[in-house]
Design a protein around this ligand. Structure first.
Ligand code: ZN
Length: 79
């Protein structure tokens, strides 16, 4: 009988999922407590980003989308 190795099991954030979704939702297969990025059974890797950074980027992207929408209205057309 082989000893059980505890795996990390972390999953990507929803915004990091890419097609095919079945593969993008695979958990990390590295040992628990590993260093560096997570890696699934297909050797795809991803990193956990600080929540504050993700939130700030979302605000900047949303603000830019709103600015572009109002600019399109001012120009008399839709981009
Ligand atoms: Zn991991």
């Amino acid at each position: 009988m082989t000893p059980e190795i505890e795996v990390c099991g972390a999953r990507r954030a929803r915004w990091q999922e890419t097609p095919p979704l079945v593969a993008a939702r695979m958990p990390c297969a590295l040992p628990a407590g590993h260093d560096g990025p997570h890696q699934d059974a297909l050797a795809a890797t991803w990193a956990d980003l600080p929540a504050a950074l993700v939130d700030e980027v979302a605000v900047v992207v949303t603000a830019d989308a709103v600015r572009c929408a109002f600019a399109a209205v001012d120009d008399g057309g839709v981009r």
